[in-house]
Design a protein around this ligand. Structure first.
Ligand code: AP5
Length: 229
């Protein structure tokens, strides 16, 4: 790790915001490891439900493939379950949740019931043309969901996961017309940035650059020392 984790007794409940393909998932995994807390990705939870062929997975498949948001009540229930199971003691990195003001309010209400609150919201800003480049080159392991990029972080062997040997696939929502639909949805979520800004919890971080450089900026923002607005 590039610099030490400050020894602060903090409940690190961190919300990562940013467009599709900003690198939220990539960096959420690293931050979760840094602080020894879980990454809570509603996208991963929904894809997992689909892979298992559950009723929930079947209900959300078409909406996800179209690049639209699934209903608030579904994702709120997924997060509520995680907050109740004790795994987030010490904190969590929320990746892809909340996505709407209704979800943000529900998260605040759930946390309040547990005597907790969001500690930081970090917006990773990445321009639209870079979003298209990142999403269209992304490949995901069909078994363990590890993410690669054909140009920026390719696997050692083409189309094979370094970690588990699984086949790498392109997400259905990473096709060009679906990326545009997801970007449109994202730009409609702008009020969420204002929501956290109004609570003085928002930090903005440049999402462009080497993975390690972006990670350093994020860790500084989460630790409370950096705000490159
Ligand atoms: P979700 O999985 O959350 O998708 P997303 O927000 O569109 O985010 P992505 O996973 O596409 O991107 P990311 O920011 O994590 O980027 P990544 O690290 O992979 O949600 C999918 C769907 O589920 C939604 O469309 C919706 O239908 C549903 N859903 C989920 N949550 C919901 C909610 N709360 N409410 C309602 N519906 C919900 O990086 C992308 C690529 O870029 C990778 O290839 C990576 O290798 C590469 N990369 C990363 N960083 C860099 C860098 N610095 N330089 C170069 N390449 C980089």
């Amino acid at each position: 790790m590039p610099f030490a984790v400050p020894k602060v007794d903090r409940d690190r409940l961190v919300v990562l915001l940013g467009p599709p393909g900003a690198g939220k998932g990539t960096q959420a995994k690293r931050l979760a490891q840094r602080y020894g807390i879980p990454q809570l990705s509603t996208g991963d939870m929904l894809r997992d439900a689909r892979a298992k062929g559950s009723e929930l997975g079947k209900r959300v498949a078409a909406v996800m493939d179209a690049g639209h948001l699934v209903s608030d009540d579904i994702v709120i229930a997924l997060i509520e379950e995680k907050l109740a199971d004790g795994s987030t003691k010490g904190g969590a990195i929320f990746d892809g949740f909340p996505r709407t003001v209704a979800q943000a309010e529900a998260l605040d209400a759930m946390l309040t019931r547990h005597g907790r609150h969001v500690d930081r919201a970090v917006l990773m800003y990445v321009p639209d043309d870079e979003v298209v480049r990142r999403n269209s080159g992304r490949r995901m392991c069909s078994k363990c969901q590890r993410t690669y990029h054909v140009e920026f972080s390719p696997p050692k062997v083409a189309d094979v996961c370094d970690a588990c040997g699984g086949e790498l696939i392109q997400r259905a929502d990473d096709r060009p017309e679906k990326i545009r639909a997801r970007l449109e949805v994202y730009h409609r979520e702008a009020p969420l940035v204002g929501y956290y800004e109004g609570k003085k919890l928002l930090r903005r971080v440049d999402g462009i650059g080497l993975l390690d450089d972006v990670y350093d900026r994020l860790a500084r923002a989460v630790d409370g020392n950096g705000d490159d607005r």
